[in-house]
Design a binder for this molecule. Structure first.
Ligand SMILES: Nc1ncnc2c1ncn2[C@@H]1O[C@H](COP(=O)(O)OP(=O)(O)OP(=O)(O)O)[C@@H](O)[C@H]1O
Ligand SMILES: [Mg+2]
Length: 500
């Protein structure tokens, strides 16, 4: 196997959308057996590039060469047949089917006319075992954690004999423990000669996993480096075209006022959770804990998405029990949700409408919207957090993942809420934009607003919070002041088990 044994060659790939050059003459070789990382800012063209390989979209120009065979007209079928498997961020699994049925979806093993479920379960078990994935092939997919669902996707690709596995931000939805298991699978696949293209905004992962790394910027190929011969600073410089230093921008001291703006008093939601806490004006309160600890559920209670079972909320000195998000918005609460696809953005609508959504009643007279105001507000935030788009008319679904997240942020900034809840605000966001979001959070609290930030990224939680409350199994496991922040202590509290 020579050095120039390429499993995949992309030649002069260009992809044009109306007003957007998503990819501009990108050429790139992937060597057989390597883990090749693909990095770049939001909207750089990473997802678009891999979609041309999987046949999900057709390039405007260019050629795709797999194992020396050239394809100018790639289709999803051809791609799979030639050994390419893709793990997208949104899984393509059917929750009500078993693991085995999902792995063999669309290509069921049959005995005569009948589907041979036993045989599928047997074969699925073989694949799962070979990957050391410890779940039964009979389990219904909807009962699995996100981490395991992703493993089923990987098993499905492997069972289709994928020799090149492309993973688009696979770690984004996973907990720390799940990320470790996913890494183990990647290592294992690599040992078995599978080539991997790995997209991630988390540079630690790039250095942990990859042999080489390619940087894209604004749809253009920038460079390919041997991972062992580069470092984070250099990568970031290639990605953003400038040096980035401090990760957590300084906040003016003593933003925190004495005034308590929000209080939860023995609140419980669905389970027998029980949370009491106070938030002050000008404070960033971090909410830590493992996935499933009840952090998102708590946020959704405040935002009126579910009724609470017990306890009370006090907001701006008054008891408050929102029936729905509208009520929460009207009193001055905003929520940037974890899953932007599900709840955050109206994907089929324009950026302009999305940003103005919570405030249409403020910028309208009767049913007539003040179009000038609407445009001004959208423009303002497009500039402030650099939403990358040629026009505010663009539909949100056509934006890159990170830019969709920014639109949701913009919408709550425009709403001028007094309490903003951010649930994993920087998930899928590139390094440069992360800093912009951190700076924005600082600006908000400097203006006397309050931020409740849920984050699974320990560094972010410690870097941005004034105080951290840790939940475990729906209860308060502990509270740490800034001087007491300590990664191990937080992990300890987060994994505390209930005694009752
Ligand atoms: N269907 C589409 N219509 C119009 N523009 C599109 C479409 N799909 C992608 N784009 C644009 O192409 C560019 C590249 O997007 P892409 O999704 O490849 O970025 P990315 O590098 O994956 O970013 P992220 O890290 O945010 O996921 C962006 O400017 C995006 O808005
Ligand atoms: Mg992407």
């Amino acid at each position: 196997m020579g050095l120039d044994d390429n499993i995949l060659e992309l030649k002069h790939i260009t992809k044009l959308y109306p007003g957007v050059v998503a990819l501009n003459d990108v050429s790139l070789n992937i060597r057989r057996g390597e883990v090749h990382a693909l990095v770049g800012e939001n909207g750089a063209g990473k997802s678009t590039l891999i979609k041309t390989c999987s046949g999900a979209i057709a390039p405007t120009k260019g050629e795709i060469v797999i194992n020396g065979n050239s394809f100018s007209n790639m289709t999803p079928q051809t791609s799979v047949k030639n050994g390419i498997g893709v793990i997208y961020q949104e899984f393509n699994l059917v929750g009500d089917l078993s693991v085995a049925e999902n792995i063999f979806l669309g290509r069921a093993i049959r005995k005569g006319m009948l589907v041979d479920l036993k045989a599928m379960e047997r074969e699925a078990k073989k694949v799962l075992d070979s990957l050391h994935i410890d779940i039964s092939s009979k389990t219904l997919v909807k009962t699995l954690s996100v981490g395991y669902q992703q493993m089923v996707e990987i098993a499905k690709a492997v069972s289709q004999n994928a020799r090149l596995l492309i993973m688009d931000e696979p770690s984004a939805p996973l907990t720390n423990a799940e990320v470790e298991s996913m890494f183990a699978i990647v290592d294992h696949l690599k040992e078995n000669g599978v080539t991997i293209i790995y997209i991630s905004h988390r540079l630690d992962e790039i250095f942990r996993l990859s042999d080489r790394v390619t940087v894209l910027r604004d749809g253009q190929y920038v460079t390919t480096l041997n991972t062992s011969e580069t470092n984070k600073d250099e990568l970031v410089k290639y990605m953003v075209g400038r040096q980035l230093t401090e990760v957590y921008p300084e906040r003016k001291k003593s933003c925190i006022r004495d005034e308590v703006i929000f209080e939860a008093d023995n609140v419980s939601g669905n389970g027998d959770h029980d949370i009491s806490l106070k938030m002050h004006k000008g404070e960033v309160l971090g909410l830590g804990g493992l996935v499933g600890a009840g952090r998102t559920e708590f946020a959704e209670l405040i935002f009126g998405m579910h009724p609470k079972k017990a306890g009370k909320f006090i907001f701006k000195g008054q008891e408050f029990s929102p029936k729905d998000p509208r009520e929460a918005i009207d009193v001055g609460i905003g929520l940037v949700p974890e899953d932007r696809k599900k709840e955050g953005a109206l994907l089929g609508m324009s950026i302009r409408s999305n940003i103005n959504m919570p405030i249409y009643n403020r910028i309208s007279k009767g049913t007539v919207v003040n179009a000038k105001k609407e445009q001004e507000i959208a423009e303002k935030y497009r500039g402030e957090i650099s939403i990358k788009t040629p026009t505010l008319d663009q539909l949100v679904k056509n934006l890159s993942g990170g830019n969709q997240q920014k639109v949701i942020l913009a919408k709550w900034l425009a709403a001028n809420s007094d309490l903003l809840i951010f649930d994993e605000p920087t998930r899928g966001i590139d390094v440069g934009a992360k800093q912009e979001i951190y700076t924005l959070i600082n600006t908000l609290v400097e203006q006397g607003k309050t931020v409740l930030m849920i984050s699974s990224e320990m560094e972010e939680l410690m870097g941005m919070s004034d105080r951290i409350i840790i939940l475990a199994e729906g209860r308060m496991a502990g509270e740490l002041k800034k001087a007491e922040f300590d990664q191990e202590r937080i992990m300890q509290l987060a994994s505390m088990e209930r005694k009752d």
